[in-house]
Design a binder for this molecule. Structure first.
Ligand code: AKB
Length: 316
């Protein structure tokens, strides 16, 4: 029996993670949402939901008590590009929200998963096969909140014994709920354009490599790290995980294998490009593999086949 609260359950990760957790565990898997982003359809009908604004600790505490929550997935976040436009809001949600979650978790003894990101690295980090433990000096507010969030989560683990764990997500690619305001969003949008028969305007310049991951692998990582044997974990917040790294020409050419008349032009967004250039080209995920058996299942080809098939079912 497991009782889980997913904060941000209607977002890109939350909408799929909540459904997957409901399929896996008996117990209350509560879809936490904010007004204006209500759960709909299967997400609403398949289990309990509750208003949980991460900036309101009393709301988190009430839901945790009511449903006897033992694990919180704290997915509320402002993604990297929007965080540069609204840095104060990004801090309030990323750090203020995390502090509230950790305090509730300390009082009510919950385990906590809070995603970190490839955005937690900066210009002085080794770019290729970026190590687990290395220089981290991000210049973006998103990156600042991710590094600080990792440190705060480790502090709550060491100081108060809160079971905090996390992974550094690459750009997550999915056909279910689109992301909003991220630097890696182009790698999702490109599939929608290709399947709809539209020309794609790529906001990231040719040659810019970033780590990416298909959502089923990302969901498995979030669940497996929380189920890992704690005695084997030398790290907690947060693990490098990886499955594929590509630049726009590589994903474009892969899609063209399936949709030969697909066209892409470049319309580089300076904000997203600067962020992308400050991030690693590819992460070394050896520690995750060794400490809790992480292993991705999808490469670029398998992901592309599945994305196109699923989007074709939706858009014809
Ligand atoms: C973003 O682009 O902001 C996110 C991330 C890699 O953390 N997808």
């Amino acid at each position: 029996m497991k009782n889980v609260l997913v904060i941000g359950s209607t977002g890109q990760i939350g909408s799929e993670l909540t459904m997957k957790l409901r399929g896996l565990y008996n117990g209350n898997i509560v879809a936490g949402y904010i007004p204006g982003a209500e759960p709909k359809g299967e997400l609403l009908e398949s289990g309990p939901s509750a208003v949980v604004d991460v900036t309101k600790p009393e709301q988190i505490g009430e839901v945790v008590s009511k449903y006897k929550i033992d694990t919180i997935y704290n997915l509320a976040a402002i993604l990297s590009a929007v965080a540069e436009v609204k840095p104060q809001l990004a801090w309030t949600i990323g750090m203020g929200g995390l502090f509230n979650v950790l305090e509730v978790a300390r009082e009510k003894q919950c385990a906590v998963f809070t995603p970190s990101s490839i955005g937690s690295f900066g210009d002085n980090t080794p770019k290729d096969k970026t190590p687990q433990d290395t220089v981290r000096d991000p210049k973006t507010m998103y990156g600042v909140t991710k590094v600080s969030g990792e440190l705060l989560s480790n502090y709550y683990n060491v100081r108060f014994g809160v079971d905090t764990r996390s992974v550094r997500f690459p750009g997550l690619i999915s056909y279910v709920t689109p992301p909003g305001g991220g630097t890696t969003d182009y790698a999702v949008d490109i599939y929608y354009s290709a399947v709809k028969g539209e020309e794609f305007e790529c906001p990231i310049a040719a040659g810019t490599y970033m780590d990416m991951m298909y959502m089923p692998d990302g969901l498995r990582a979030a669940i497996e790290i929380m189920e890992a044997d704690p005695s084997k974990l030398k790290h907690r917040n947060s693990f490098n995980i990886a499955s594929m790294s590509f630049e726009p020409e590589i994903i474009y050419n892969k899609i063209k294998e399936y949709i030969p008349d697909f066209k892409m032009v470049y319309k580089v967004d300076p904000l997203r490009q600067a962020i992308a250039e400050s991030w690693p080209n590819s992460l070394d995920d050896t520690c995750a593999r060794e400490e809790w058996g992480w292993k991705p299942e999808y490469d670029l080809d398998a992901m592309t086949r599945d994305m196109i098939e699923k989007l074709r079912q939706r858009f014809g």
